[in-house]
Design a protein. Sequence first.
Length: 84
Amino acid sequence: MQLGTRWTARTEPPAVVPAALREQIAAVEASLPVDALGQPAPRWTLTWLEGRPIAELDTGIIVSVDAAGTVVVRHDVDDEFSGD
């Protein structure tokens, strides 16, 4: 795994964030509720696995590129909470 960078949601992603991820990152951010209590916005972490970018939001939402080159949005569900 290659470490990337971090940035706050609803701010301009750093230039190192691949263009392929930017549209879906923006869509995820548009769906985030606005915190009326003034809590800080979650942060994204960009990493690379097997040469493919993975952007994970502190809330567990992951935007990545799969082996076929398709951008995938999913939620990192911890087995402890999945009911299995």
